[in-house]
Design a protein around this ligand. Structure first.
Ligand SMILES: N[C@@H](CCC(=O)N[C@@H](CS)C(=O)NCC(=O)O)C(=O)O
Length: 212
């Protein structure tokens, strides 16, 4: 069976994306979690044995390994044409790929200033302080809100049903929530949709249970 190597569910946002796609679409896989914290000083060394780039996620499909979250999702979409991992309509699929690529390569201020940490309850004041101080953070969130606002149905996922693009934005939802960053009502509706999704709730549940 294919095997997905991930790090802690509390904090590994890239692992979360690939795991969510496999789980949301009921694709069989075995999960191998390599702990990334003070209890495991050999984390990096362990990762280097899994793949030379020493990062997670890595999907081992038997014949070969795939070492990038977006490449893993593209591979899964190719392997399961029967499942709508990307939207079926060509134009929507192109948009979904564009915003997933944008997530993959952008939003550095949000990623650096607000790391994913499911167990951390920041006070509103902490989030507000970051918000006031960093124009780049406000710009990242404005762009993300613009992307989310384009969805056709405010009560659905980005392209109707949950797809790879939603998995890519799920860790963003976690960050906006933990740091209580000020977002519109419309964005909050999307965040609720993501949090309620069974695969996302399962990930959050395990992340909250993890020893730190
Ligand atoms: N572009 C990579 C990024 C992977 C990445 O940065 N993974 C983090 C965990 S969330 C990692 O392995 N960090 C450990 C390190 O870089 O030492 C992907 O999309 O898979």
């Amino acid at each position: 069976m294919q095997r997905l190597y991930i790090a802690n569910k509390n904090s590994s946002s890239w692992s979360m994306r690939a795991w969510l796609v496999l789980t949301a679409f009921n694709i069989d896989f075995e999960e191998v979690l390599v702990r990334f914290d003070a209890t495991n000083p050999s984390f990096k060394e362990q990762l280097s044995h899994i793949h030379a780039n020493a990062q997670v996620p890595v999907l081992d499909v038997g014949e070969f390994r795939i070492w990038d979250s977006l490449a893993i999702c593209e591979y899964l979409a190719e392997q399961h044409p029967d499942l709508a991992l990307w939207p079926r309509a060509k134009a929507l699929r192109a948009q979904a790929r564009s915003i997933s690529g944008e997530m993959h390569s952008s939003f550095m201020a949000l990623r650096e200033l607000c790391p994913m940490n499911l167990q951390m309850q920041y006070s509103t004041a902490e989030g507000q302080a970051l918000w006031k101080k960093h124009a780049a953070l406000r710009a990242d969130v404005a762009r993300i809100e613009h992307i989310w606002a384009k969805r056709a149905d405010a009560h659905a996922f980005l392209f109707g049903n949950f797809c790879i693009a939603d998995a890519f934005y799920a860790p963003v939802v976690m960050r906006l929530k933990s740091y209580a960053l000020p977002v519109s009502e419309q964005s909050q509706q999307y965040m609720q949709q993501i949090i309620k999704h069974p695969a996302v709730s399962a990930w959050i549940h395990s992340g909250l249970e993890e020893a730190v």
